[in-house]
Design a protein around this ligand. Structure first.
Ligand code: ARG
Length: 566
């Protein structure tokens, strides 16, 4: 039963506000002592021409007279109507809803008929996949899952950084100092070394820069020798990225880098020129954005070469033409906020109908505070080093706490990576993440392992009982405060998903799962589940089964594994 909606139905008969508005006004009081549902009467004051506190009293009198059986009590606290539900009926309803939906609890068809592009990960060819790309990938993947769960038609795109002046430099360096076998073996590391060497040597020999530029121009005009090397660099880099994506359980519908748009760039420049939006400045072509309080958006270099914003404009136009998207999300660190604001403004000025759906989803940086991975030294921190370290540390914890656990390596991988993902998703995404191992891997703190552990605990209880219990239970045995607190969180879980989607904030789900894990642990510590009384036992097992299902579903939605033992 949908309690909020039922309450809104009743209130609609006493007031002149429409059902939808009433529904949105109904709150969950922060303190359960105040009630299970609350309705503030402020909005009614105008039309009813009375003080909200008086209205609350009057409505409560009517409510108690009509008293539906799911309401235990209604009380006025100042301008608030506070409703106390019949606890065991509520718990029964909450569990039944979970069992009925099974693994699709929380899924809906809210987004059916809407097209969403989620562009994420987007590392750069021949450069390290660093922790910033890790953040990008895990936030993007969570949003990808969340939108799919709500029925949206999602296309995920990995927008590789595979075009730009660095490739001319890399080809020059490879021609001079590279070895095929060496690069095949070392992959990105070898390419990065070549790139670094190029810059070192170019300091003394500026002619290298001319050579690199010449390669760039040749590539833009289709030179096969340059392009073949460039394709090889891409293949080598993708080999490394794909190993990481496999570990992170990430797949893209499209892997389509910046280079894909090269032949679409002249048309962009031409439209901009035809519309009179593009002007010359110091030999380059720009769109003046002074009227919008932003520096100009660079479209063409003085040598005619295209730039990062040009490629984003071309990509947005192309995607709109292909997909007619309702929304196109772009994940990047917050240091690119200006870049996105600029080129999105240009798309808007071009009058493209896709402009309204473009959304930049930005996030904060990692700050590594301890150990050898200190960002203070300014070096890049590679994602796979952090992942390997998380898994190694987790394995050590398992060896210490649960040495007989079967398949320790797999569990360590799932828990170590889960810890990193959860840590990244637990806060508002724009906040920088102060990274410390102690915080990430603390099994007692607000961490991924804590939630995974609560899930494993449920599995262990159900295993000991010999079965999961669902349909057959009497909620009268779940009338205690702890069970009610758990049921409340189970009941509210589905609403988190559209909220997370509307704000592009997976933390809303992560926090809810944390609260659920904590509430279940409180229940577990207060009540023995496998008691002799078969009826009580069945009811507590039913609660455990529902928690296990929702924790698993929620973790998976965030792309975190839910091992059955750890
Ligand atoms: N490759 C870029 C980077 O690593 C991110 C690309 C973001 N997407 C875009 N459409 N500009 O910083």
């Amino acid at each position: 039963m949908d309690y909020k909606s039922a309450l809104a139905d009743i209130l609609a008969t006493y007031t002149d506000l429409p059902h939808e508005e009433l529904l949105q006004t109904i709150e969950t009081p922060p303190d359960p002592k105040l009630g299970d549902l609350a309705f503030p009467c402020f909005r009614l004051a105008k039309s009813m021409k009375k003080a909200p506190a008086v209205i609350a009293q009057e409505i409560i009198a009517k409510l108690m007279e009509a008293k539906p059986d799911w309401i235990n009590e209604a009380r006025a606290t100042g301008p608030y109507i506070n409703i106390f539900l019949d606890k065991s009926a509520f718990v029964g309803d909450a569990l039944t809803a979970v069992f009925k939906a099974g693994s699709s609890y929380g899924a809906s068809n809210l987004g059916v008929g809407q097209k969403i592009i989620v562009e994420y990960s987007s590392p750069n060819i021949a450069k390290y996949f660093h922790v910033g790309h890790f953040a990008n990938t895990v936030i993007g993947k969570a949003l990808d899952n969340i939108y799919r769960c709500l029925g949206y038609d999602v296309t995920s795109i990995n927008h590789l950084g595979d075009w730009g002046t660095q490739f001319g430099k890399l080809i020059t360096a490879y021609m001079k100092w590279g070895s095929k076998e060496e690069i095949e073996k070392t992959e990105i590391e070898g390419l990065v070394k070549l790139y670094v060497r190029f810059h070192e040597e170019a300091d003394n020999d500026p002619s290298l820069n001319d050579e690199a530029r010449a390669w760039g121009v040749k590539m833009e005009s289709g030179d096969e020798e340059g392009l073949a090397l460039w394709r090889w660099f891409i293949a080598l880099s993708m080999r490394e990225f794909d190993r990481l994506y496999k570990r992170l359980n990430v797949k893209f519908d499209l892997t389509r880098g910046e280079s894909y748009y090269t032949d679409k760039m002249p048309a962009v420049a031409k439209s901009l020129a035809d519309m009179g939006l593009m002007v010359e400045s110091d030999g380059a072509q720009i769109v003046d954005l002074e009227a919008y309080g932003m520096p100009p958006c660079l479209i063409l270099r003085s040598d005619g070469g295209t730039l990062y914003p040009t490629r984003d404009i071309a990509a947005a136009l192309d995607r709109y033409e292909l997909f007619k998207f309702d929304k196109c999300l772009y994940l990047t660190g917050h240091e690119q906020i200006l870049h996105f604001a600029q080129w999105m403004k240009v798309v808007e000025l071009m009058g493209n109908p896709g402009a309204a759906g473009l959304v930049h989803v930005s996030y904060g940086m990692y700050n590594f505070v301890d150990g050898k991975m200190s960002t203070r030294k300014g070096q890049i921190i590679k994602a796979d080093e952090v992942i390997n370290e998380a898994v190694t540390k987790t394995l050590a914890i398992i060896e210490e706490k649960n040495p007989d656990l079967p398949d320790k390596e797999t569990v360590a991988e799932e828990v170590g990576i889960g810890a990193l993902i959860f840590n990244r998703l637990y806060n508002n995404r724009i906040k920088d993440v102060m990274f410390s191992w102690e915080r990430v891997l603390n099994f007692e703190g607000e961490t991924g392992p804590y939630v995974q552990y609560a899930h494993a605990r449920c599995c262990s209880v159900l295993g000991k009982a010999g079965h999961a219990s669902s349909a057959d239970f009497d909620p009268a045995h779940l009338a205690d405060d702890e069970a009610f607190a758990v049921a409340r969180l189970l009941y509210d879980y589905p609403a988190c998903i559209p909220e997370a989607a509307s704000k592009n904030e997976p933390y809303i789900i992560a926090r809810h799962l944390m609260a659920l894990a904590q509430a279940y642990n409180a229940f577990y510590h207060k009540h023995i589940i496998l008691v002799d009384d078969q009826e009580v036992r069945k009811a507590r097992l039913a609660l455990t089964t529902a928690v296990q299902q929702v924790l698993k579903g929620g973790l998976n939605l965030l792309n975190i594994a839910a091992p059955e033992a750890m």
